[in-house]
Design a protein around this ligand. Structure first.
Ligand SMILES: Cc1cc2nc3c(=O)[nH]c(=O)nc-3n(C[C@H](O)[C@H](O)[C@H](O)COP(=O)(O)OP(=O)(O)OC[C@H]3O[C@@H](n4cnc5c(N)ncnc54)[C@H](O)[C@@H]3O)c2cc1C
Length: 474
């Protein structure tokens, strides 16, 4: 039987925020002293600084340094309640949201809803690649990738077959956007700098790091000039950049791609494959638009919104960050942060009786990607910076936006050490990290076949599963 929706006692305007990433967290903080009750729901217990995930994957930082708990961040904000649960259902006509934590349901009535559930990895219709090439969207993903990278070297060390050794020492990264470039640079530095005197039977310098992308250059959003510079730097580190190439197969043995100019197909044996090629917005967006006539999510699952970042005809539902489609704005942390603050100001204004809904005006503060130690590329409007100055700018910006003084301090210390010393102090890897995701996936498939539902698998239910009735808008 469906539970009765609840709301905070006292009858104040109830704002429910789904997702405590950049958009959701900054929206919640902006509402700190507003005359509203805020409930922020996230399926994880932490706010994740995604731009630094690659440093967790490659042993520069530990997971805690980029993921403080949401409760800790918001502990002093008395009008805000944190709920750790996965949102499974949003009933638009009734303004009711249902979330679940291991079989325990929480059902909430909202007055305003801020959807900030971000995006997941997209394999462009080839979801079977995920088993062999994890994407990097969560702490779990970063730890799995770390276990795969270190595991490749460990296996190579004890393998006699030279062909298999070669396969184990070939790393393929698919997607040459900022994440792919940053990962490729870091894996190269690990192989050539960190691990090169730790093994006895392999020369880690012989590791091949391949960066494959369908576009003609690396870092397409940074333009040709910076793309060229980044590629040159990557090649200096020993990364092989393979442009104009679409990946057509990924399996346990390796990766196949097709050169779009020559049509030539290449297959390379590789144990460690990493996918950083595409994103698709949270399925919650489509769940909501399916209930609203005349509004459709786009192909990437993003929800079209007006200048107030609300859905047309549903002024109470705001969509921000990676889930929103507005003025072709890219999926960037600043877009989410500024969007979160914008909708929080609108809600506060309406509660206070101002009722102004100004258009969202994104202030572009630039984009940056680190390529290696002492080398980053930065684009701010027409200004392009590459090299050590870019690296210092990258450091300053990332320190400014990391949440918590301790995390800033510890990260600055780690970056300093990492620049001066070849060592990395966060290369711990476990079997659970390596196998957990695929094992849970298989377990779920098995349980589906047998029609069983365990608590562990319930945690892994997809959004929308278990939804009995589909409300209509009439
Ligand atoms: C590896 C990586 C590197 C990046 N590097 C950069 C960079 O250098 N610069 C930059 O500007 N941007 C970068 N980005 C993009 C940037 O991180 C995103 O644009 C930004 O995080 C979007 O914020 P958001 O609030 O929309 O979503 P997110 O920050 O992704 O937050 C979404 C939150 O929703 C929660 N959630 C999802 N579904 C549910 C559900 N059903 N129920 C409950 N909770 C849910 C998630 O747990 C998460 O906490 C990077 C992204 C990645 C993945």
């Amino acid at each position: 039987m469906a539970s009765t929706p609840t709301r905070p006692a006292g009858g104040r305007h109830h704002v429910v925020i789904v997702g405590a990433g950049f958009g959701g967290l900054f929206a919640a903080k902006r509402l700190a002293d507003a005359d509203v009750d805020v409930t922020i729901i996230d399926r994880t217990n932490h706010h994740l600084f995604q731009p630094l995930l690659y440093q967790v994957a490659t042993g520069v930082l530990s997971s805690g340094e980029i993921a403080p708990t949401i409760r800790q961040i918001l502990r002093k904000q008395k009008n805000t309640r944190v709920v750790k649960a996965e949102v499974r259902d949003i009933d638009v006509p009734s303004k009711v949201i249902t979330a679940d934590l291991g079989g325990r349901e929480v059902v909430l009535q909202y007055d305003s809803l801020i959807l900030a559930a971000g995006a997941g990895q997209s394999y462009f219709g080839n979801d079977q690649f995920a088993e062999f090439a994890p994407g990097m969207k969560s702490i779990d993903d970063a730890l799995e990738i770390r276990a795969r990278i270190t595991g490749a070297f460990e296996r190579a060390e004890i393998t006699d077959d030279p062909e298999e050794k070669k396969r184990l020492l070939t790393f393929v990264i698919v997607g040459a956007g900022p994440t792919g470039v940053e990962l490729a640079g870091q894996v190269a530095e690990m192989a050539h700098r960190t691990l090169n005197n730790e093994f006895r039977d392999i020369d880690t310098n012989s590791a091949r790091i391949l960066l494959v992308d369908g576009s003609p250059q690396v870092l397409p959003p940074f333009g040709k000039n910076l793309g060229k510079k980044a590629q040159k730097r990557l090649e200096k580190l020993g990364v092989e950049v393979i442009p104009n190439s679409l990946v057509t197969n990924v399996d346990q043995h390796g990766v196949t791609w097709k050169n779009m100019k020559t049509e030539e197909e290449t297959t390379v044996g590789s144990y460690c494959k990493i996918w950083s090629a595409g994103v698709s917005a949270s399925p919650l967006g489509k769940m909501v638009t399916d209930q609203i006539d005349g509004v459709d999510a786009d192909r990437a699952g993003r929800v079209p919104v007006g200048g107030d970042l609300a859905i047309e005809g549903h002024k109470e539902i705001f969509v921000i960050g990676d889930m929103m489609s507005y003025n072709r704005l890219p999926g960037l942390a600043q877009v989410a942060i500024q969007g979160g603050e914008h909708v929080a100001d609108i809600i506060r204004g309406e509660v206070e009786g101002t009722n102004a809904r100004p258009d969202f005006n994104y202030h572009d503060k630039g984009t940056m990607a680190i390529v290696s130690r002492f080398y980053a590329v930065v684009k701010i409007g027409d200004r392009e910076i590459a090299g050590v100055l870019g690296w210092f700018m990258w450091l300053a910006v990332h320190l400014m936006f990391l949440v918590g003084f301790r995390n800033r301090f510890v990260s600055a210390y780690s970056w300093g050490l990492n620049s001066l010393s070849p060592n990395r102090w966060h290369l711990v890897a476990t079997r659970q990290q390596l196998h957990g995701r695929n094992t849970l996936h298989r377990l779920r498939e098995l349980e589906d076949e047998k029609g069983i539902r365990s608590v562990m698998v319930r945690d892994n239910l997809k959004v929308g599963e278990g939804r009995d009735t589909k409300p209509t808008t009439d």
